[in-house]
Design a protein around this ligand. Structure first.
Ligand SMILES: Nc1ncnc2c1ncn2[C@@H]1O[C@H](COP(=O)(O)OP(=O)(O)OP(=O)(O)O)[C@@H](O)[C@H]1O
Length: 231
């Protein structure tokens, strides 16, 4: 694949952490990391625990700052973008699904899921209807839709997160263990959502400890350990 058709293009990426409260110890996590993801492709970040999968994903998301290198995401260099540009990218073009739900307390589940559509200009009725369809698809009982998801079970919260991540057609999706706490039925729903996102052209980067899920939906695996400075 050439860089021209890549939606995500990471190059020469370096990251170390300095532990200021522990004698300023420096941990070099990666040097010269690179990654290319095209439209419609799902790439898994693989590698042993501690090799830097989450760190790389958080840098693509703009949560961790890169020490050097480029992180092009749908035309924006996240490594150099200011916070406003990163927020704009996340709002319209880069969805993120983690295992854990973080929401404003007391907002009903239906509104939590509709929010990405409303932020992107959808009409309230259409956004609510799309949110309900997604919640039904992910088997969240209708009696829960008016409640805040803060008291939901781990698997329910994860499904609300997934509904929120897939309700808007983001061209880029970052998935951090999206099937971790799910039963087989809901896991298959999520795998179908990923397949549909690929079919509409989304570029996806994911961390999947579930090897079978990874085999079903990922086109390639990148072993992040190859970017370790000592390697
Ligand atoms: N915020 C942080 N501050 C300091 N060190 C960090 C931070 N985040 C990650 N690290 C270090 O960076 C290295 C890579 O961690 P990371 O969480 O990216 O690995 P991982 O491959 O995702 O691991 P796992 O599969 O166990 O989740 C580890 O040595 C970790 O201690």
């Amino acid at each position: 694949m050439t860089g021209d058709d890549a939606v995500i293009e990471v190059s020469d990426l370096c990251k170390s952490f300095v532990l200021h409260h522990q004698g300023s110890v420096r941990i070099d996590v990666m040097r010269g990391a690179h990654l290319s993801v095209a439209r419609g492709e799902c790439v898994a970040l693989a590698g042993a625990s501690g090799s830097g999968k989450s760190t790389l994903m958080r840098m693509i998301q703009g949560n961790y700052r890169a020490d050097a290198g480029r992180i092009m995401v749908d035309g924006t260099d996240v490594a150099r973008a200011d916070p406003r540009e990163i927020l704009a990218l996340r709002r319209a073009r880069m969805g993120y699904v983690s295992q854990f739900l973080r929401v404003v307390p007391r907002v009903p589940t239906r509104d939590v899921v509709a929010e990405p559509l409303l932020l992107n200009g959808a009409a309230p009725d259409a956004a609510r209807a799309a949110a309900e369809e997604m919640l039904a698809r992910l088997n969240i009982p209708e009696r829960l839709w008016n409640l805040s998801p803060t008291t939901f079970s781990g698997g329910e919260q994860q499904r609300v997160n997934i509904a929120r991540g897939f309700v808007h057609p983001y061209p880029v999706l970052l998935l951090d263990e999206p099937t971790a706490s799910l039963d087989p039925v809901n896991r298959d729903v999520v795998l179908d959502l990923v397949r549909a996102a690929k079919a509409r052209g989304a570029a996806i980067v994911g961390i999947f400890h579930d090897a079978e899920a990874r085999a079903q939906i990922c086109d390639r695996e990148i072993d992040v350990a190859q970017f370790a400075p000592a390697a």
